[in-house]
Design a protein. Structure first.
Length: 92
């Protein structure tokens, strides 16, 4: 499964799975197992802001750190995402 960065953000890896690409752009956050069970899920808007669908086991502080990271790096993340799909950013 593709990771958005090789390092952890707020003690979690940010990644997506190949079967998730039917949805709009998002990132899962998980500490080590990289499975959707217990992970957080951040849908990404075209301005880099996020909608947290599942908080998983993250603390509020970890959520804020990850949201800040996504806001700063969302275009790089989108380039990776768009290699596998054309579903685009999240829209409400």
């Amino acid at each position: 499964m593709p990771k958005y960065s090789p390092f952890k953000v707020a003690d979690n890896y940010l990644y997506y799975t190949k079967h998730c690409i039917i949805e709009s752009m998002h990132a899962h956050a998980s500490d080590r197992r990289l499975t959707e069970a217990g992970s957080a899920k951040f849908f990404v808007y075209s301005d880099g802001s996020t909608y947290v669908q599942h908080k998983g086991q993250l603390t509020d502080r970890q959520v804020r750190i990850i949201q800040r990271y996504i806001k700063q790096h969302y275009m790089e993340m989108y380039e990776m995402w768009s290699r596998d799909t054309d579903t685009g950013f999240y829209k409400d």
